[in-house]
Design a protein around this ligand. Structure first.
Ligand code: 6GU
Length: 240
């Protein structure tokens, strides 16, 4: 999988991909993440990429032209399965979306900043795939999905892009050591995970459930499933 991330602050996203599991995924060649500084497609020598909103008001708006140039250039190099705009008013990320994206080849993530991007870029989403109806000069400029990572506001889409990339990359075959571990995640079958324990069997009087020491794997699986149901009912009844 290849992810191209477009941002005005790519440096904000460097360390997550240089650490631990994501780093190993990159080192093994299972995932490639490329950062693109939007200012490299700026419209003038001041490297301008944003401007004041028409009609007045607070904050700056990311201009359409640098976005068009940047996305068009990337699309001239390879085909992309999705162009995803990270924005607090997008569809809320969940495990199902991560699963769906994890089987794609090439993705573009566009990080919003300031007040966001010019609405004309977002309006093109509705024309996705219907090239006939749109002005050919903007045929490369449509985003295909808008994703949020939750109902709160961040300073920009960069941290959200890292969250989205992490949720997708960890699902790629070979990224997790124990192939099973993504399959038994919370949410993977719409249930939260059952409790887990490790040595010692007793710590200051706190005991591990006896069933887990029994060696009866059928019973253990049954116990885990029932616990997952109980915990989900207790903490997230909305998932059931
Ligand atoms: Cl994708 N961007 C920003 N700026 N804030 C967010 C978000 C995205 N998702 C949740 N909050």
């Amino acid at each position: 999988m290849r992810i191209d991330i477009i941002s005005v602050l790519p440096e904000l996203m460097e360390s997550p991909f240089r650490t631990s599991i994501l780093k190993r995924a990159m080192d093994k060649g299972l995932a490639e993440v490329h950062f693109h500084h939007l200012r490299d497609w700026a419209i003038n020598k001041h490297r301008q990429i944003d401007d004041e909103p028409y009609g007045g008001g607070a904050g700056m708006v990311m201009m359409i032209e640098p976005l068009d140039k940047c996305i068009s250039e990337l699309k001239s190099q390879r085909e992309y399965d999705e162009v995803i705009y990270l924005t607090p008013d997008g569809v809320t990320l969940n495990q199902k979306i991560a699963n769906t994206l994890s089987i794609k080849q090439n993705l573009i993530f566009l990080c919003g900043h300031y007040k966001g991007i010019d609405q004309r870029v977002r309006d093109l989403i509705f024309l996705c795939g219907h090239y006939k109806g749109i002005d050919q000069r903007v045929r490369d400029l449509h985003i295909t999905k808008e994703i949020s990572i939750g109902d709160y506001v961040l300073t920009g889409g960069e941290l959200a892009a890292c969250v989205l990339a992490d949720s997708v990359i960890r699902l790629l075959p070979g990224v997790l050591n124990d192939e099973q571990s993504a399959l038994t995640d919370s949410f993977q079958d719409d249930l939260l995970s059952p409790p887990i324990y490790t040595r010692p069997e007793v710590y200051k009087g706190l005991e591990v459930p006896k069933i887990l020491l029994s060696g009866n794997f059928a019973k253990i699986e049954e116990w885990r499933h029932n616990e997952a149901l109980r915990i989900t009912r207790e903490k997230r009844p909305d998932l059931l």
